[in-house]
Design a protein around this ligand. Sequence first.
Ligand code: SF4
Length: 380
Amino acid sequence: MKYIDEYRDGGLARSIAATIAREAVSGRHYKFMEFCGGHTHAISRYGIEDLLPSNVEMVHGPGCPVCVLPVGRIDDAIRLAMRPEVTLCTYADLMRVPASSGASLLKAKAAGADIRMMDAVLIAEAEPARQVVFFAIGFETTTPSTALSIGLARRKQLTNFSVFCNHVLTPPAIRAILDTANLPEVERVLVDGFVGPAHVSTVIGTSPYVGLAAEFEKPVVVAGFEPLDVVQAILMLVRQVNEGRSDVENQYIRAVTAEGNLIAQREIAEIFELRETFEWRGLGELPASALRLRETYAQFDAEQRFDVVPVPAADNPACECGDVLRGLKKPADCKLFGTVCSPETPMGSCMVSPEGACAAHWTYGRFRDRAKASAVRAMA
Ligand code: SF4
């Protein structure tokens, strides 16, 4: 296939879905987790769940970078932004993520903080009197561009540029989902396999999943973000389960290799090192799951430059984002969904980013829920 339309061919998607329905063993339930917010978005947008037989279920995972950032780190970013000498540069998605006590970067900006969604290095160069902090978030996909920014700032000898680093890693999050031995039964997410990340895997390759798949005996199929990619990956997972295999397979061969992007990996390794532990929304503290700047790049580390001291902060107790991010609940299970929580008035991070499960379900899934409910009422 050559053009994007071909990856959105409804006839072909229905034909693959019919094969899934034929091959999914009747009487057996298949539960697969799509790790990435990009897959969640595609599944909701293209109605993929409607194509699947009732015994093949998809649950959302923690792969939305905005969603997994804990409240405390947003609070830290707001405190940084409120410093008079600081210009905070960030991604647009982060602006409306709720922090503690109803705060957000957007409200901080309205209160006078200098927060911009522009190139931090260019601003630092153009405005040497400002301390420019880049609020960096994301999985392995966005880490290379942060590494390049730091390298560029060093070459330009900028002394007013720093990074508030919140980059996280995918394999430890998959491990946290699968390693349920010490959890109470109600908190265990029992999945049969994963639709593995697309963009992350272009950077890290497929090899980091091999040990996880073998250790926990769960198949992983790395897939692209187009609807045919996702449906084909689900078929590949069904086949692995039927054959009793736990392999790592690559559906996204047009972009992903086993070893990944070695140049990007080198850039990351040059500048970043593992944190001992990092808090994830929904998953709690995970060891060796995030990055910080190496000591040789300490002059670009905003946490050191501004002496950022983490202050514990709790999620809104009514928000179920934590359980949604672990696949324990679906967006519509949350009592706030569509009542007080919507993209206009988000109560949790999952309703902010288009990759968030709640936002995706709000945009594309809620009308199908209503249609199903009316059909059930009509049958009663
Ligand atoms: Fe949180 Fe809103 Fe999603 Fe409920 S609907 S889990 S409050 S983001």
